[in-house]
Structure formats: structure tokens, C-alpha cells
Ligand binder design. Structure first.
Ligand code: SF4
Length: 615
């Protein structure tokens, strides 16, 4: 017979909840000094402000405070049956969610947790889903699920606590709609390409110039101090030196000299080089932001491949889900720009590593610090939040990042990983030429699964993107009233959904098709490739088309090729361009023959889309 759950005894105020806090404290600091995170992330404040201006540590909130503290601690000390003990640092995240709910309860006149019944839970979620957030209004799916999970745990603890929600939270789908299923979307090509191009440019000559200036400015400052002058005089010499330094091209095509506020502007330049290094590594390696910010000096490791080729790896640790603070060792294959970014970081952070003693590559002086060692301010690692802020508020304006669909695109440090996975997962590289150049060998290695190692989630992300693209394209192709290209005609003739609207049947049909054939579609500007090696006109490999021979002309003759209405503009433009060429009298015979061939190919495709016979 199972023993009945025993009520949890409230710990003494002097009971330690972490190495830094006691149960009776108004602030529980659950963890401290984790690379890439601010200490505040791991703090639970029990004296926060309530909607009426009072503080939660006041006597009137005693009941709610005592129960909430006990529940939160129980998640670690005595979790609900079947659940694992919540790690100390994760308790803080639950604490932030509880604070949100407590404020909502106060606004709605609830002063006992048991008043949170099914109806009130529905109201709570309706309000949460209307809240303005960083990425637009409403809840993301993952945040919504996290709230549901926590409230269920609270309800499950009801026999051990003096007060608890009187109903279990229903599934999120029954409570509200969430605004975005992909919590961290990839960066669209129109943003990713200029972003990465700017970062690659900045870690080149500008980085070298800035590091040389930083080192020389430091020498001049130290000399002044060594001669017995004060800090003000030292900075005066630095200003003079910076004003006379050669221009640096922080903005492409606009070399700049440090005339006004030279030290402040120079500090910002140094910060932008750090940002460029972050972008380069995040978009070309696929590591999480916290893993990048945890990299240490000497993290590059070289290896020799099967055919004698040299590969560099970035060696670090995966912390997500790992026990302890150090994480599990991991290495990511590093294309050339990442090797360069690491080298730049080694030089940038060298003086700070020396004074700090930690081997971290991402170190800076605490605010309002400087790129020069001219004060006793401490050094600290970068945090993920700070990186996000800098990318949006400083880096994007510096490189004049274009808008996406008429709106400013909000960068997030997690997007690099998603964009990387999407790139590796898709067969087509045409829209991402800048990435393709740098990711060639990474893509091969990823495809071979030889280096993914323990980063299984990255493998899933890659496969997920490939499958999602294939599914979306198949949806379009199976209902399209008209398709061109050899495979297009065959598909259109077979599809039972041709000309119909999308339905559940279509979903099921696609799932069956994918399960049976392991089909992967190649997507490019001018059509789709239903890739099969034996019929590949571009002589592709076992797994994918040959990127060199994959051209519009080759595809137009290939049995694997499909064109839908959405590609019409590309073929019409090609037709118009080549017809215009044929109108020129000075065209040599070879070019004329080529233009005629292209007119014929393009006309066939456009005619097929117009419903004519394209044979
Ligand atoms: S030539 Fe054929 S196999 Fe190669 S990309 Fe084009 S459609 Fe695909």
C-alpha cells in the first residue's frame, strides 16, 4: 500500500536553500557566476512590488508568500510523485513565473492559491496570451507549456501544502492560442546574408587595425602613469593618439577617423568587433549562445581528415541539460571565418584574461568600463541578454541591417543556431551564397554525422528543417493546378489533390509519402528538385544535387525537376532577358545559339505553367 503524502514541514529561516541564501532571506540567490548568464537570472526576489504598490514581503501577503516559498522549495526538496527534483538554478525560473501569477491574482482579488480553479486558470491564460512581450504580444508555445507544467506540479503537491490551486491546469491548447510556435525562428536569408557579410568584413582588416590601436593606446596610457601623471593625463595622451590614427572602415565604404569623443567611440568599435565575432561563430558553427560565450583561450584544435585534409574544431562544452556547471565536453567543426573570429577574440580578451585570471575568451570590464585598462573596475563574462541587446541596439544600426518585409528584424542570439541548422538541412544553397562559401566542409561533415557527437538536438534541428521544407513544398505541389518540368508533370498527373484546397487528407497523404520514400526536396529560386541520383542531370551524389552543374538549363531538362506558379517570374525574366539579347545585332554566333537555347527552355516552362503542352 502506498503511504499517503506527508505535509511538507516549513524549513527554518536559517535553512540553506543554496550556497548563497537561507530560506528566510528576501532574496534567494540560487546560483552565481555561471558563464553567459547574469547572476540576477538565478535570483528569486520575495520582496517584489505588487500591483497596488505594496511589497510582497509585507505582512498582508504573508499567507501567499509562505505557501509560494514552500511550494517552490518543494520542487527541489520533495517533488511531486514521478517528477525529478528541479535543479537549484531552475527554481529561479519557476520563481519568476510564480511572481507573474501572484501579481495577476492580486489584480483579480485572489488571496489564496485554492481560489485558482479551472475558470480562473482559463482567465489567467487568456490574460497571459494578451500580454505584450519582447517578440510581439502573447505567449510563445514553450512559455505557455512551462506555466501549465508548473501549475500542474503545484496542484499535484496540494496534499503536502497548506494551500494550492484547486484544479489542475488543462492542456495549453484548451487554454489559449500562442503567438509563435517557433520560439526562436531562424534569420531569413534577406537578413542573414548581410548580417554575416558585415560580420566577416569586420573581423578582417578593421579588427586588426582596432586591436593594434588598442594595444598602442594602452602603451601610451601606461607610459603617462609610469611618468607619474594621473589617469586624466594618461587619457589625454590616448585621445591625442586616437585622433591621429588612420581611419578605420567600420561602415563599409565609409572610413572613419576618431575626431569627436575618441575614447568613447573607440570603446564602441571594440565592442562591435566582439559582436562581429559572435555573429560569425553563431551562424557558422551551430553552437548555443551560452556555449559560445563559455569558450576559452586555446579552444581551437586541429585534426586531419580521411583524405589528409586539415580540419579545425572549436572545443567547448554543452551546458544545456548537463549536470553541474561545467557541462559536457563537445567540439564543433570550424570553417575558416570561425578560426579567424577565435583568433581575434584571443587577442581582444588577452589583457582581460591576464588581469582576471580566468581563461575566458569573452571578458569585458564591468559597466561603465573601457577597452583600455585605465580603471580598477572588475572584469566579467558576457551574458546572453547583453549580447542580444547589443546586436539589436548597436550592431544592426552600424551595419545598416535591412528591414524584413517592411519591419525591423529582431535579432536573437539563438537565431544563429537555427539558421545554421536550416542551412545544413536544406539541399539548396542558392539563396545563401555567402553562407555556402563558408559552410562547404561543415555541411559535408554534418551530413556524414561524423562530428555532431553529443549535440543530438542540433541533428534533430537539421533534420527537422529538411523535413519541414519538404512538407511545405509537397503541399504546394500536390494541390497546384499546373506544374512544369518533367517530374512536375508526373506529379501533377498522379496527385489526387490537384486544384483542391488543403485538407487533413492532404496532410495524411504527405505523411505517408514521406514515410514510404524518405523523399527530400531540393528548393531553389527556379524550381524544386525531387532528387533521385539515377535521373539527376547534374550528376549529383548519393545524397544531393551537384551544386556546380545545377543550373537553370540543366534542371530544365532533368527528370527530377518541378516548376510551380511561384517560380514563374524567374522563368519569364529569363525569357525576356534572352529575347532582348537576340534582338542585338552585335551578338556573336555562340552567344546567339546559347540565347536561343535559353529562350526555347524558358518558353517551354512558361507555356507548361500556362497549361499548354511543354513537350
Ligand atoms: S539537374 Fe536535376 S537533379 Fe540536379 S538539381 Fe536540377 S532537378 Fe535536381
Amino acid at each position: 500500500m502506498n503511504a499517503l503524502p506527508q505535509p511538507i514541514r516549513t524549513p527554518e529561516p536559517s535553512f540553506r536553500v543554496s550556497p548563497y541564501s537561507f530560506y528566510g532571506d528576501d532574496r534567494w540567490q540560487m546560483a552565481r557566476g555561471l558563464v553567459a548568464h547574469r547572476d540576477a537570472t538565478f535570483a528569486v526576489n520575495w520582496a517584489f512590488e505588487m500591483p497596488d504598490g505594496s511589497r510582497f514581503d509585507e505582512d498582508r501577503w504573508r499567507h501567499l508568500r509562505e505557501v509560494t516559498k514552500l511550494f517552490l522549495w518543494s520542487l527541489h526538496g520533495d517533488p511531486p510523485p514521478g517528477r525529478q527534483s528541479v535543479a537549484l538554478r531552475t527554481l529561479a525560473t519557476h520563481g519568476h513565473r510564480l511572481r507573474t501569477i501572484l501579481r495577476w491574482m492580486a489584480r483579480n482579488g485572489l488571496d489564496r492559491w485554492r481560489q485558482l480553479d479551472r475558470r480562473m486558470i482559463e482567465r489567467l491564460f487568456a490574460d497571459l496570451s494578451r500580454r505584450p512581450g519582447k517578440r510581439g504580444s502573447g505567449l510563445s508555445a514553450s512559455t505557455g507549456h512551462a506555466y501549465v507544467g508548473m501549475l500542474r506540479a503545484f496542484h499535484a503537491q496540494r496534499s503536502k501544502l497548506p494551500d494550492a490551486p484547486s484544479a489542475a491546469a488543462p492542456p495549453l491548447a484548451d487554454l489559449c492560442r500562442w503567438h509563435d510556435e517557433r520560439q526562436w525562428p531562424y534569420t531569413p536569408d534577406t537578413i542573414a546574408v548581410p548580417l554575416l557579410s558585415a560580420a566577416l568584413r569586420l573581423i578582417g582588416a578593421p579588427a586588426d587595425a582596432i586591436i593594434a590601436m588598442r594595444d598602442e593606446a594602452q602603451v601610451r596610457y601606461d607610459q603617462a602613469i609610469g611618468e607619474g601623471f594621473g589617469s586624466a593625463a594618461g587619457k589625454g595622451r590616448v585621445r591625442k593618439y586616437l585622433r591621429r590614427s588612420p581611419p578605420v572602415e567600420m561602415r563599409s565604404g565609409a572610413p572613419e577617423v576618431l575626431t569627436t569623443c575618441p575614447i568613447e567611440t573607440f570603446n564602441a568599435w571594440v565592442a562591435r568587433i566582439y559582436d562581429a565575432c559572435f555573429v560569425t561563430i553563431a551562424y557558422l558553427v551551430g553552437a548555443r549562445a551560452s556555449e559560445i560565450l563559455g569558450l576559452e583561450s586555446g579552444c581551437l584544435e586541429w585534426a586531419t581528415g580521411e583524405h589528409g585534409e586539415r580540419y579545425a574544431y572549436v572545443v567547448g562544452a554543452i551546458r544545456k541539460g548537463a549536470p553541474g556547471n561545467d557541462g559536457l565536453p563537445h567540439r564543433w567543426i570550424a570553417p575558416d571565418p570561425v578560426i579567424r573570429a577565435i583568433e581575434v577574440l584571443e587577442r581582444l580578451s588577452a589583457p582581460w584574461r591576464e588581469s582576471d585570471g580566468r581563461p575566458l575568451l569573452w571578458l569585458q570590464q564591468a559597466a561603465p568600463g573601457s577597452a583600455l585598462r585605465s580603471s580598477r573596475l572588475t572584469t566579467q563574462p558576457f551574458s546572453v541578454n547583453a549580447v542580444n541587446e547589443r546586436l539589436n541596439l548597436r550592431f544592426a544600426p552600424l551595419i545598416s541591417l535591412p528591414e524584413h518585409e517592411g519591419k525591423r528584424w529582431r535579432l536573437a542570439s539563438h537565431q544563429g543556431r537555427k539558421t545554421f541548422a536550416r542551412f545544413v538541412g536544406r539541399r539548396d544553397r542558392t539563396g545563401l551564397a555567402a553562407l555556402a562559401k563558408h559552410l562547404g566542409h561543415v555541411t559535408r561533415a554534418m551530413t556524414d554525422r561524423s562530428y555532431v557527437g553529443t549535440d543530438f538536438e542540433l541533428t534533430e534541428l537539421v533534420d527537422g528543417h529538411a523535413a519541414a521544407e519538404t512538407r511545405a513544398a509537397l503541399e504546394e505541389l500536390l494541390v497546384a493546378p499546373q506544374l512544369a518540368g518533367k517530374a512536375g508533370r508526373a506529379l501533377a498527373a498522379r496527385s489526387p489533390f490537384r486544384g483542391r484546397t488543403r485538407s487533413g487528407d492532404l496532410d495524411a497523404y504527405i505523411s505517408e509519402l514521406l514515410a514510404e520514400t524518405d523523399m527530400r526536396l531540393g528548393v531553389c529560386d527556379w524550381g524544386y528538385c525531387l532528387y533521385r541520383r539515377e535521373t539527376s542531370a547534374c550528376l549529383g551524389s548519393e545524397r544531393e544535387p551537384n551544386p556546380v552543374l545545377r543550373t537553370q538549363g540543366t534542371c530544365s531538362t532533368c527528370a527530377n525537376f518541378v516548376v510551380s506558379e511561384k517560380h514563374r517570374a524567374v522563368w519569364e525574366a529569363r525569357l525576356a532577358r534572352n529575347r532582348a539579347l537576340l534582338g542585338r545585332l552585335d551578338l556573336d554566333p555562340e552567344s546567339r545559339a546559347l540565347a536561343e537555347e535559353r529562350v526555347a527552355e524558358s518558353s517551354r516552362i512558361v507555356a507548361a505553367l500556362d497549361h499548354d503542352d511543354d513537350r
